[in-house]
Design a binder for this molecule. Sequence first.
Ligand code: NAD
Length: 496
Amino acid sequence: MTDYSRPPSQIRAFDCFIDGAWQKAQSGETVTRYSPAHARAVSEVQRCGTADVERAVQAARRAFDHRRWSARSGAERAEILLKAAALIRERRDEIAYYETLENGKAMAQARGEVEGAANIYEYAAGAARALHGDSFNNLGDKMLGLVTREPIGVVGLITPWNFPFFILAERVPFILAAGCTIVCKPSEFTSATSLMMAEILAEAGLPDGVFNVVTGEGSTVGQAILDHPQVDMVSFTGSTAVGRRCVSAAAGNFKKLGLELGGKNPHIVFASADLEAAADGVAFAMAFNSGQCCVSGSRLLVERSVAATFEAMVAAKLARIRVGDPLDLDTQVGAITTHAQNQQILAAIEAGQAEGARLVCGGKPLQIGQGAFVEPTLFADVAAGSALLRDEIFGPVLAVQPFDDFEEAVAIANDTVYGLAASIWSKDIDTAVQMGRRVQAGRVWVNCTLAGGPELPIGGFKQSGWGRETGIYGVEEYTQIKSMHIEFGARVPWVG
Ligand code: NAD
């Protein structure tokens, strides 16, 4: 019986999963992952290369072309997705433990994410049965028009390290509901739970070759998936910089792309808000997952008349957040996931101080065991154009920006290359909803933040991405549309 309250005494080793079988990488090499909260080796995955990607793509191609999965009815696909959901629930604590060990996030949160993932598989099971096309019965007695949706084919799925299991769940069941096959490449830092998902899907009865997982570095494994001519679509979630590489690779082979990229997401707090609720929401959305969420609230726009009061309220909340060992179930915020990310966050804080921004609270690394932790940090009086206001820091760092009126708030909120999410705080319905309509973001929260669920679609405006995941839109994304004209009766000859 594993003791989930401490790091494991042994490294857990995984093979990659290709064509329904566990396999070693051809390189014979592995990648070891150290827990960022404990600086201890916890897992080991295969260091795959282009030859392994080739095997995985061929397996997925065969599974698709032989219609092993796409020929199954929506009801049959749903049955397997529901079994997978039940198995996820059974293994919740084990999955959450490895998610925490590899990512550094609080285990209580990870357990919630695993349950949320099971819930998404259940929703997608329904979507597999609900997916349908359209018909045109208005083309005259002799003609019927049908619009059908067909699975797009082999999907390359490249995922990041911040929500390895949850982001996987926001994509895999929808891709499977559509009837596609998958070559998945998780982040090299957090691959364990994607491999566990392969095990779960196989146990649930998914045919061989439909879900394959290759592990290793993005520059080799991810790039080989992007470049492969027999991959019909790539769903990429990660940084805008690598998203750009996806676009240039797709220019070579015209594969379809789904891109979920970075964000610099504003909170817009009006004087008409419930300030106590807003301060709590702001603290939550900046510190949750150590600020390593694409949708983290990473800019704080506050109406000037309440800016000073609100700044003090947020600072008081931030000081009370329980940052600590993520295996402790009372911990709210755990470690920073990678060394590079930790350096980036600390450098952003240092640069902010160097350019004269006022540090309201936080600003330092926290000494908790051997891990990498950062205090939730709030800045004010930040110079216009500062990187603190412009760049995605991907850490628990926030800066207050006062505004004088509605139009100025719109202008500041939209003054970014990103357009992923925005949170609006006001009890005045006109102000709140009109701002919701004006802000350029794929997800808008009114008097709440980071709310989710599989029913609503997610995705970004502007440089935050292309396409949508989850909801019925999330299944449709992995289909292509065919239109069919069907003529009845005798043909009117063209050649007399
Ligand atoms: P990243 O772009 O470095 O890596 C993402 C994935 O791409 C990893 O699996 C990585 O191995 C792979 N990769 C790296 N180089 C590649 C290449 N040349 N070709 C193909 N694949 C390659 O991102 P990250 O550091 O893992 O995650 C953080 C970023 O992800 C942040 O910018 C964040 O905003 C973004 N993100 C966005 C969303 C969203 O839904 N919009 C969700 C989570 C994270």
